[in-house]
Ligand binder design. Structure first.
Ligand code: HEC
Length: 317
């Protein structure tokens, strides 16, 4: 009898060990590809439906219009998990188009959240800020000594200009995390980082004169200036940024005069002008100059009209 108990105990113990080991979810290998394939289209660089971005750690844990979407350690309390496990007929199910995620995938996400939702800082999200296809199109970039020194200077100021993917020298820098501690002075080193393709200055104290530091960054493809103090005059610094495809000016005092500085940016695909001073006339002019540009003047109408159910304004694609 004693022996039997021992055997059973061993089996239970080993069984426990085995499942523990086997269930440890690797975010990059198992979870990220699901988000990439099924969610980035609407919660990525181009669109942020429900004000939610799932293509960076900071953004994901910041959550969407109704707050945090992941409660590490508790999938049952996580809006993200709830959304992907709703019945297919539910209006709130995610993805909100196409087939629901297979159970194997929702289980993986559940286990990942229950295990603490670890998102290692080393993870490089391809297809987020710099889609793989776009990286592939870029020629090789060989940074000068000056450029590498500027990267180090920036690092010392608390901002890392990280490569956008493995084995490339194209970089992205995010000042957003410094918030109002980021000033024109903090931005100064970027003038030598010619390999910068993605720059986030949202919510910082950058001003028009700071923007002079980026006027030579001709490789820049994406620029976040939302919620900064930049004005119409400052946008003159963007005139030469011919590779710019994305520009976010939401929550600034930009008006029609500012838009006139942008008419030569023929690669621009998306511009965000919500809560600015632009008028219909200014937008019409810009659209005439850049017919293919997608101009967004109210990228989340939910915030403006809270009482309406979200699906209404969001169903249009
Ligand atoms: C085709 C577009 C589309 C895709 C793909 C999509 N979503 Fe959404 N998502 C939306 C829209 C629209 C909203 C806002 C309306 C709503 O809240 O239902 C939203 C809202 C959300 C919210 C709520 C955000 C908040 O704070 O209210 C979560 C969580 C979410 N999505 C998760 C996901 C996940 C996870 C995936 C991938 C498995 C995904 N979505 C794929 C369109 C999409």
């Amino acid at each position: 009898m004693k022996r039997l108990i021992l055997i059973v105990a061993c089996l239970v113990w080993f069984g426990h060990e085995a499942t523990q080991a086997q269930e440890k979810i690797d975010f990059q290998k198992s979870v990220l590809p699901i988000l990439q394939k099924s969610c980035f289209e609407c919660h990525g660089a181009e669109k942020q439906k429900g004000k939610l971005r799932l293509d960076s750690k900071e953004a994901t844990f910041k959550g969407g219009k109704s707050g945090s979407v992941i409660t590490p350690g508790d999938a049952a309390k996580s809006e993200l998990y709830r959304r992907i496990t709703l019945p297919a007929s539910d209006d709130e199910i995610m993805p909100n188009e196409g087939d629901p995620l297979p159970k194997a995938q929702t289980d993986l996400i559940r286990d990942w959240i229950n295990q603490g939702a670890a998102w290692p800082d080393t993870v490089v999200v391809k297809g987020a800020d710099a889609p793989a296809a776009e990286i592939a199109k870029l020629p090789e970039h060989k940074p000068s000594a000056n450029e590498l020194k500027a990267v180090a200077d920036l690092e010392a100021l608390g901002v890392s200009a990280r490569p956008i993917a493995m084995n490339v020298n194209w970089r992205q820098a995010n000042f957003y995390l410094l918030g109002t501690n980021a000033t024109d002075k903090t931005l100064a080193p970027v003038k030598d980082i010619l390999g910068l393709v993605d720059l986030n200055l949202a919510g910082t104290k950058i001003t028009d004169s700071g923007l002079a530091s980026i006027s030579n960054l001709t490789n820049l493809a994406r620029l976040h200036l939302e919620k900064t103090e930049v004005t119409d005059a400052g946008l003159a610094n963007l005139k030469g940024l011919k590779q710019l495809t994305y520009l976010n000016l939401y929550g600034t005092s930009i008006g029609d005069a500012g838009l006139e500085h942008l008419t030569s940016l023929t690669n621009l695909k998306n511009i965000y002008l919500w809560q600015t001073k632009v008028t219909d006339a200014g937008v019409t002019n810009l659209q005439k100059a850049l017919p293919k540009l997608d101009i967004s003047r109210g990228w989340d109408l939910n915030v403006v009209a809270k009482e309406k159910p979200p699906e209404k304004e969001e169903t249009k694609k």
